[in-house]
Design a protein around this ligand. Structure first.
Ligand SMILES: [Zn+2]
Ligand SMILES: [Zn+2]
Length: 327
């Protein structure tokens, strides 16, 4: 399919790739994964303007449909794809990084292997494009296997953290607690369903959570900040036998006392990557209007101002949540 791009979110990973992070461009320990000459942009929505038989017959998509695509384009041949674990596909081709041009452009070619989902034309395009980060956040929540009686703590109220809060709230535990340094983002967290917000720049989150739980600690900790201090914080505020889910990409190595994980608390430490099997739920959530999307999608720029958009995402004091480009 060929789609005309309506909106593309600027991700923290786009900024890291733009500035040459080793995770994308390699270092002495790993080869480059990103490819030169690829147009960035993996959080996109667009309208189908041309389609071949594969799209119209097999996918049952039509010209004029509005679609979002999963950022990974699975090979369908590797060990992971053959076992249905397509989000861990070994070649790991992704729109905007490797194999396929992304959506910071007027048009994107959607290959036959891409995973596309229809989305309502009645929501603003930047909201529809948020299906990508939201599906990732929902996958992190699913990894945590939240129970009704759980106290769930979400660290970080950026796009992923806010999605985690909304997802955790949808699982209906006793309490969802949001942590951040920004009062504005914490206010959004409340609108996403947080029962309690804690500004970790002012207050001691570990103490507050312990006090709230008769000294035991939280049942679940979802880490979405990418800040090394948030790792130790999570290990410290979890109860014994608690669950820690890591979603972030870190800019530096993290040192913690690993004996907390085993000898002290017997924690479950889980990773999460991409948003497998969460796209329909993410799209439903966006279409329902239950999320404060006008607050989350804080900034929109035309394609010509992509540099401003990238710089804003890279500026921690820039006051943005989700920055989008509307080509
Ligand atoms: Zn992203
Ligand atoms: Zn594969």
């Amino acid at each position: 399919m060929l789609i005309r791009v309506e909106a593309v979110g600027v991700c923290a990973s786009d900024v890291k790739c733009y500035h040459g992070a080793p995770k994308f461009w390699g270092d002495e320990n790993r080869p480059a994964w990103a490819q030169r000459g690829i147009i960035p942009g993996h959080e996109f929505v667009g309208t189908v303007v041309a389609a071949d038989q594969n799209a119209t017959v097999q996918r049952r998509m039509s010209i004029g449909d509005r679609i979002v695509c999963e950022q990974i384009v699975p090979c369908e041949e590797c060990r992971y794809c053959r076992r249905g674990q397509y989000w861990m596909c070994a070649p790991h081709e992704m729109f905007g990084f490797r194999g396929f041009n992304g959506a910071m452009a007027h048009y994107v070619l959607v290959p036959a292997r891409a995973r596309a989902h229809r989305v309502s034309a009645s929501i603003p395009p930047q909201h529809a494009a948020f299906a990508e980060p939201l599906s990732c956040a929902l996958h992190a929540v699913e990894r945590a296997n939240i129970q009704f009686d759980d106290v769930v703590v979400v660290a970080g109220c950026g796009p992923i953290g806010l999605g985690m809060i909304a997802g955790a709230r949808a699982k209906n535990p006793i309490k969802v607690i949001a942590l951040d340094m920004s009062d504005e983002k914490l206010a959004l967290a409340r609108r996403c369903g947080a029962d309690l917000i804690i500004n970790v720049g002012r207050d001691d989150a570990v103490k507050i959570v312990k006090d709230l739980t008769d000294g035991y600690g939280a049942d679940v900790y979802l880490e979405g900040t990418g800040h090394p201090a948030a790792v130790a914080q999570g290990l410290n505020l979890l109860r014994k036998l608690g669950t820690y889910v890591e979603y972030s990409v870190f800019g530096s190595e993290v040192s913690v006392d690993w004996s907390i994980i085993g000898d002290d608390k017997e924690l479950d430490i889980l990773g999460a990557h991409l948003g497998p099997h969460c796209w329909p739920a993410a799209i439903k959530m966006l279409e329902s209007g239950e999320l404060p999307m006008d607050g989350i999608c804080s900034h929109q720029f035309p394609l010509a101002e992509f540099q401003t958009a990238i710089d804003l995402v890279g500026n921690p004091s820039g006051g943005s949540v989700k920055v989008s480009i509307l080509p």
